[in-house]
Design a protein around this ligand. Sequence first.
Ligand code: F6R
Length: 604
Amino acid sequence: MCGIVGYVGNKQVLPILLQGLRDLEYRGYDSAGVAVLDNGKIDRVREVGKVDKLSQKLEGKKLPGTIGVAHTRWATHGGVTEFNAHPHIVDGRMAIVHNGIIENYRELKEKIQDKNYESQTDTEVLAKWIYQNYKGDLVQAVKDALPGIRGTYGLVVMHADHPHQLVAARLGSPLAVGIGENEFYIASDVTPMLPFTKRVTFLDDGEIASINSELKIFNLRNEVISKNITEIDWDQAKAQKGGFENFMLKEIFDQKEVFEDALRGRIDMEEGTAKMGGLNLTEEEMRKVKRIMIIAEGTARHAGLIGKYAFERLANIPTEVDFSSEFRYRDPIVNKDTLVFVISQSGETADTLMAAREAKRKGGQVRGIVNVVGSTIARETGAGTYIHAGPELAVASTKAYTNMTAVLLLYALQFGRLKHTSLATGQRMLQSLLEISEKMNEILKQNEEIKKIANIYKDYKNILFIGRGVNYPVALEGALKLEEISYIHAEGLAGGALKHGPLALVSKDVPVVAILTKNQLYEKMKSSIQEVRARGARTLIIATQGDEEAKEVADEIIYLPKTMELLEPLLNTIPLQLFAYHVSVALGRDVDRPRNLAKSVTVE
Ligand code: F6R
């Protein structure tokens, strides 16, 4: 969490920093601050709250200068106050921005001579520690300070004696450096630099960057490292709101297009299979996979649960899905016959990254399914697949979930075709996949209708979501979407599990959203809905076009186009995303930046 931006070059830095902070605000928005160096003097402005508040505070203030650092904070150590906001400055001479947690800050405090602290943060301790190590060479100061630090960091420092230099270091928190014409950008992800350059390099753990007229990267043994430059092909327009009220709505609507990007080049219609390049396994090795484990958190885990249905049905491979945070603290049984997929939109989720490392250590074949190009999980897993959802900036994940699901379905088909899935089934599935984006479009056209329905449900305090089979993860995802952005308590349940406890919650005050599309569990699902209606619950039903019978159990109904059962989650989740969105807007919530959350959770 926390977003870092830095710039050194010829342009006025303040507008670059402010826009960069806006781009990174999804990473945290408890407070924000900028520091600009000009004429040997560092000027700093910080403010509690979102970047807009900082921007208002800066109105009328002149912070000229062509080098600076900025930060948007998601609080870990110390409350949400201006004193705790970054950048932190030592002695008026050195500014630092930091993302991560310094675990041994108490020990460091003992070693630091300057005992005057303005904040309660570990970052200020880190700043003073680096400053104490400074003897005229800023890179050397960072190099000398780092061995004394335990914890995680992505940090950038700037010193009044070095008017054209930024020094950055990374251990556990991401940093990308954008390379322009006689100018450099540094940020927690590439979005702030995309309007200016597409040429980017990513710092790896244990690396230190000296950025002035040239970029030099060292490891902790002080060796200069030559790094690959990645050309980022994300269209900047895709990272903008494009006329939508906010990012979440835009990203929901993006799905029809980016879904096609997830399929592009991965379909072999003639053979009725998928061509997923990222496995690095021969067909023989693929046939030998005995078990699949899927590790992820939140929405990514829900996509993983859909993957489980697909791998078991199409490929007959036992598949387990785990929370990354649980996986790493159990004693998971992983061996060379286990294929482990780690799924992450950001590619930076600390729990998922640690779980991937643990799975690797145990001898599993670990593959990433990731959105952010060049992110840590993508690089560390080495092999795997990008989901091509483009920049997802709203905290609530929507299009990434859809594309993760698409990639898992393609993998399942590829494994299935090497085993018992027939050519005809493979071709039918691929044909259905190719028809999905048009069907998504049909659903999105019902946006206004769904908004009206959302208004009916917005004042309930508790809402249950139920689904069965492949729609059980859809119910989980519908509930998560609603609660994270509306703050209404919501729970996703397997329809069949209702009568084993949760049915006791149901009353006229607890409505139920049920997924009742036409599949093999239709009748069973209908019985579950009847159970809740008998207890007075209002019901919103997601049904298949033409199913008149579904109206019997519905107070409100949303009809969706028919598709193959395994593919249903790709469609059935969309009305639930729109439902959550409109409930939240009706309640006046900040949809893109819900309270207490951040887009990329880089702390445990
Ligand atoms: C919910 C949401 C989170 C993330 C989870 C994992 O809308 O976005 O539940 O899915 O924090 O994040 P990634 O996919 O970046 O690893």
